[in-house]
Design a protein around this ligand. Structure first.
Ligand SMILES: *Cc1c(COP(=O)(O)O)cnc(C)c1O
Length: 363
């Protein structure tokens, strides 16, 4: 029996080795290692790809969130609202920016932030809502925009899991005030190390992020903004990302097709999250089960690795739990005990996909 890992980055790396080495060589030959021509080209190509007017490279997805939050917080506000089931990145970023985090419950079916729950927590102090396109499915940003626009609240998309995902209003990344992307090696668009970007349609926001990512400089050696830092996307990662952007669409399509098969074949005891969605890019294949422990054992017996994204909710993280002892998020908390991720990656072979389908079918 073949053992099927949740993910296998080695396959893509080996398949693309020649083109990756060529990208790295081109950077070395250029003699330009930071903010050179590949980085500039990547920023404009990424902006086009996601339908935004500006893209700003940064060092990671968490930095992208933090700088997007710093750049879009309206004056006089100090709170960021988000969902608590998205891995903690927004919480880390918002707290690092010095803001308080408030959580809204999620929608049972999409597992993304719920508009009614959100509207109940929008106080005068709230300056930003971060909407995460969880697992590769575009969340309903328009509903969030509608709630926030008249209240002077900025909306930031977390697109770390969803590059290429589309909605009737366009691709994710250009639907709100700013958006954050991660190019961590497990993401759909992967660097060979860390990387991230902020996209926006606002020239002011783009300019602010450009300053914040480089010490707060308005120009070389002139610090115009407090709160700046060094968060640059280096030239080698930019060259690799440009290269890989060319095949992202087909890889996303492969992911989506795999998760769609899971959905068609899964037993009635399982619900596969978000596969009917046209714009879904299959970052993770997540199933919801009332009997998760049974399912884990069943998959293990079939040679299939699984994991939970994410096992610890933001408001229950040991570092923060004291601050949130008073809150309860019933849907978020119930689903946290029922979700399970099964293997999906573009290089999965058809026989492996079939093996997972059989296991989901026979559960
Ligand atoms: C991976 C991820 C991030 C953080 O990206 P890093 O590059 O690892 O900092 C943020 N949000 C979500 C939803 C992610 O999956």
């Amino acid at each position: 029996m073949t053992r099927i890992p949740l993910n296998d980055l080695g396959r893509g790396l080996v398949q693309e080795q020649a083109s990756l080495v060529a990208a790295v060589s081109a950077v070395i030959e250029s003699g330009w290692l930071v903010h050179g021509p590949f980085h500039a080209k990547f920023e404009t190509t990424l902006a086009d790809y996601v339908g935004a007017t500006h893209a700003v490279g940064v060092a990671s997805g968490t930095d992208a969130l933090e700088l997007a939050i710093r750049a879009t917080m309206p004056p006089g506000r100090d709170s960021v609202v988000t969902a608590a089931n998205c891995g903690g990145y927004t919480t880390v970023a918002a707290r690092r920016a010095g803001y308080e985090v408030v959580y809204a419950d999620i929608d049972e079916s999409s597992l993304c932030i719920d508009a009614d729950a959100l509207s109940a927590v929008l106080t005068e102090r709230v300056g930003i809502v971060v909407v995460t396109h969880l697992y590769g499915r575009a969340a309903d940003v328009e509903a969030v925009n509608r709630l926030c626009r008249d209240r002077g609240i900025s909306v930031v998309e977390d697109c770390a899991q969803a590059i290429g995902a589309t909605t009737p209003a366009g691709p994710v990344g250009g639907l709100a005030d700013a958006a954050a992307f991660s190019f961590y090696p497990t993401k759909n668009l992967a660097a060979i190390g860390d990387g991230g970007a902020v996209t926006t349609n606002s020239p002011e926001t783009a300019a602010k992020v450009r300053e914040l990512r480089q010490y707060g400089w308005s120009k070389k050696y002139t610090i115009a903004h407090d709160g700046g830092r060094n968060s640059r996307l280096d030239e080698i990662q930019a060259a690799v990302l440009l290269q890989r952007l060319a095949t992202l669409r087909e890889k996303n399509e492969r992911r989506r097709a795999i998760v769609s098969l899971y959905s068609q074949r899964a037993s009635e005891r399982l619900r596969v999250v978000s596969t009917d969605d046209e714009g879904f890019v299959g970052h993770l294949a997540v199933v919801v089960s009332e009997d998760r422990q049974d399912l884990v054992r069943h998959l293990e017996a079939a040679g299939i690795q699984s994991d939970v994204h994410y096992p610890v909710l933001d408001h229950l993280q040991p570092a923060y739990a004291d601050d949130y002892a008073h809150i309860s998020l019933p849907v978020t908390e119930r689903l946290a005990g029922r979700i399970l991720s099964v293997p999906v990656f573009p290089e999965m072979r058809d026989d492996e996909v079939e093996q997972v389908c059989r296991a989901l079918e026979s559960f």
